[in-house]
Design a protein around this ligand. Structure first.
Ligand SMILES: Nc1ncnc2c1ncn2[C@@H]1O[C@H](COP(=O)(O)OP(=O)(O)O)[C@@H](O)[C@H]1O
Ligand code: SF4
Ligand SMILES: [Mg+2]
Length: 393
């Protein structure tokens, strides 16, 4: 799967410094410290009523060349965190450094340079492409903004980018409506790659796609990461997607990071009741293991980030809190992250009790992993279930 070489690659691989290995000891590419992003809430008379605390004190590191999977229910602040790193929204407090550079402090010219190094792939492949622009213009826009591959280089570059993401170069003249969801997402990926970025925020890039093509897009992203030396922040709302592709995983709840660790450690030995609940929701393709598994269903919706519960924000829905007889500490004292295994931190007062529990753990000698993902089709090949280009949608 990985290591697959593509004809168009040489034309798009950048002669810039590429990512060092994950454990190469180089400075982390992205460093976030105590980040807060609050959105003001205004009343009908224009008076400020409070704030939506979308991100409320998050710290994390993203290492060069790794895929950092970020999960959490809808509304937990994942997109806002990704946007803040790219400076698409302003931070209220805290620090973000990209390759050592303070993202909030850079001026317009430096920000443009930074933007070239950081890109985003959006969730909705239908809404994220301008329906009135041909594919060539969609991909070429980023090149024009940054003054890259202009003149005679432009057309072959766009063709090479299309080829790199598995699309036929002749599609450059078509409009987005001519493509299936998966093909549109490939165009979105080509657009992100056009400026030769080092870091890409992949914001739920497969959530809106048909299940039959999700694996193809995941595979494509994996291959591109490997071949182009990219670093990803990969956002998803459930753990089953990120387990296939992440080196490390962060779990967000209501604007805070409740657990961070190596993917294998999170899946095998999670120390947070919320992560355990998310793990419970992953289907296990082994009826025996599924029967033996202790599951918890999260009750109710995530509370409003405008008035998060005091103490541990998860206490209003926490199965362990209930099981322990509602300890006062959970209601009054915000838990501070502590290390429970190498490179693995958890923010729960009762992480030891979580670790001792079987909730969400798969009791089986059979792995949960569902085998290798099917390979990406060669460029230009129609994807299963996808309408042919030009066909009515
Ligand atoms: N521009 C905004 N103005 C006000 N509230 C916002 C804005 N963007 C996001 N939010 C709120 O912030 C919270 C986190 O949103 P988001 O970052 O999109 O979460 P996620 O990506 O995890 O679903 C949500 O309650 C959302 O409604
Ligand atoms: S601190 Fe208490 S409420 Fe919060 S996750 Fe841990 S046990 Fe649950
Ligand atoms: Mg989101």
């Amino acid at each position: 799967m990985l290591g697959y070489r593509h004809g168009g690659l040489a034309a798009v691989t950048a002669p810039v410094e590429r990512a060092a290995p994950v454990d190469g000891g180089a400075r982390d590419l992205v460093e976030v410290d105590d980040l807060k992003v609050h959105f003001p809430i205004f009343g009908s008379l224009g008076r400020r009523h409070g704030d939506v605390r979308a991100v409320d004190g998050v710290s994390l590191r993203i290492r060069r060349g790794e895929t950092f999977g970020l999960v959490g229910e809808s509304g937990s602040g994942k997109t806002t965190l990704g946007h803040a790193i790219l400076r698409l929204v302003h931070s209220t407090a805290g620090q973000i450094r990209f390759d050592g550079q303070d993202v909030a402090a850079v001026g317009a010219r430096e920000l443009r340079r930074l933007r070239r190094r950081m890109q985003i792939i959006l969730q909705d492949p239908y809404g994220s492409l301008d329906p009135y622009l041909r594919v060539e213009a969609i991909i070429g826009e980023a090149l024009d903004i940054h003054g890259l591959d202009q003149g005679p280089d432009r057309k072959p570059r766009i063709a090479a980018l299309l080829s790199l993401v598995g699309l036929d170069a002749q599609y450059a003249n078509r409009f987005p409506h001519a493509f299936s969801g998966g093909q549109r997402q490939r165009i979105g990926i080509a657009r992100a790659l056009a400026v030769r970025p080092e870091f890409i925020v992949c914001d739920e890039p497969i959530s809106a796609l048909d299940v039959s093509i999700q694996a193809q897009i995941l595979n494509l992203l994996l291959r591109l990461r490997s071949e182009l030396g990219l670093t990803y922040l990969f956002i998803a709302h459930d753990l089953s997607v990120v387990r296939h592709i992440s080196d490390r995983v962060g779990v967000m709840y209501l604007g805070t990071m409740v657990e961070v660790g190596p993917a294998v450690s999170i899946y095998a030995r999670s120390g947070h009741p919320y992560t355990r609940a998310l793990l419970s929701a992953i289907p296990v393709p082994n009826p025996g293991a599924e029967r033996r598994r202790r599951r918890v269903i999260l009750r109710g919706d995530i509370p409003s980030p405008a008035s998060p519960p005091p103490g541990c924000r998860f206490h209003t829905r926490c199965w362990l809190y209930e099981g322990l007889g509602s300890p006062e500490r959970c209601r009054t004292e915000p838990p501070i992250p502590r290390t429970i295994a190498p490179d693995h931190q958890v923010a729960c007062h009762f992480a030891d009790e979580t670790l001792a529990s079987e909730v969400g753990v798969v009791q089986s000698d059979a792995p949960v992993q569902v085998g290798p993902l099917p390979d990406v089709p060669m460029h230009g090949a129609p994807m299963p279930g996808a309408p042919m280009p030009g066909a009515p949608m």
